[in-house]
Design a protein. Structure first.
Length: 77
């Protein structure tokens, strides 16, 4: 099932399928290791849902909700 990264539940794991956006924002996500094929695990969500903390490529990364909406993730049921 395809979801965006901000739609994952805490504790869910998925495989990144695509990264939308353009320009500097997309390049910044790629530089942080958010690339297609990477496995991502949602560790925490702030009380109001922004930011979220994920584990990707062995390190913890905090993303704003607007950035997370650009990342499509395939979740295995």
């Amino acid at each position: 099932m395809l979801k965006t990264l901000d739609q994952l539940a805490v504790g869910e794991t998925g495989l990144i399928k695509s990264v939308a956006g353009e320009g500097k924002l997309r390049r910044r996500l790629f530089d942080m290791g958010v690339t297609p094929g990477a496995q991502v695990y949602l560790r925490k969500k702030a009380p109001l849902g922004d930011p979220i903390e994920v584990t990707i490529r062995g390190y913890e990364l905090s993303l704003r909700k607007e950035e997370a909406k650009l990342v499509s993730v395939e979740v295995k049921d």
